[in-house]
Design a protein around this ligand. Sequence first.
Ligand SMILES: NC(=O)c1ccc[n+]([C@@H]2O[C@H](COP(=O)([O-])OP(=O)(O)OC[C@H]3O[C@@H](n4cnc5c(N)ncnc54)[C@H](OP(=O)(O)O)[C@@H]3O)[C@@H](O)[C@H]2O)c1
Length: 251
Amino acid sequence: MSMFDIKGKTALITGGNRGLGKAISLAFADAGANIVVVSQSGRAEEVVEAAMKKGVRAVSIQYDLSDTSHMKELVDKVNKEAGHIDILVNNAGVQRRAPSVEFSEEDWDLVQAVNTKSVFFLCQAFGKAMLERKQGKIINLASLLSFQGGFTVPAYAASKGAVAQFTKSLANEWASQGVNVNAVAPGYIATDMNEALINDQTRSRQILERIPAGRWGQPEDIAGAVLYLATPAANYVHGEVIVVDGGWMGR
Ligand SMILES: NC(=O)c1ccc[n+]([C@@H]2O[C@H](COP(=O)([O-])OP(=O)(O)OC[C@H]3O[C@@H](n4cnc5c(N)ncnc54)[C@H](OP(=O)(O)O)[C@@H]3O)[C@@H](O)[C@H]2O)c1
């Protein structure tokens, strides 16, 4: 068996319908994995259709991750549709921008709920089943703001710092039981989430100037690292936060 073989495995990708999640979903489908896409809108037709054309099973489930009170229903639905989950990719996320003196409690709560609380409880729900089977891979989407503070994004920085930290906490508890928990920290990737930065000519130029690769990242630039962490090649990788940023952090 190839070190990179995930054929026939089933991967759940939150926010797998667009942006980074779409590239990740299609990379898994290309590798022969079945996919379950969870999104707030439930609008994942394009990804589901493209994945099925590649010969794998693909399912779309609508769920609002800002509300964890019905998470058991989500988990039951996923298990009913997909059997069990071998690979969990916690990719869904939100950004809210405002100067810290004006940052609203509503935005703070939303960012923590989607980016942190739902991620932890999805890890717990699907991790529990993985522990019973003594195998599984969990990959959380962290950020450069797991390490840096950013500007006008205090809730997001706090949420991604938390993701990096509890990724390590879970890895410490689960590494000896066949479950790998890791994270990927993308640099600046051109998606809807960064529309405000891309449209701000000064910020966009300043960001570009610091990226040694000389370009913003594309969603496909992130999919490879996520895919790697889902394969047997990463069996001995635990609690790691892999930065994929065109060189930004080395500068
Ligand atoms: N883009 C970057 O430069 C960058 C850098 C570092 C880290 N990241 C992280 O990478 C991940 C993906 O980012 P992206 O740029 O691809 O984001 P994006 O293009 O804005 O897409 C966000 C995704 O999350 C889903 N989502 C948002 N709120 C949700 C909720 N309440 N319930 C369920 N799903 C929800 C969206 O679903 P709908 O389509 O249904 O709304 C969508 O699929 C995020 O965790 C982000 O923080 C991104």
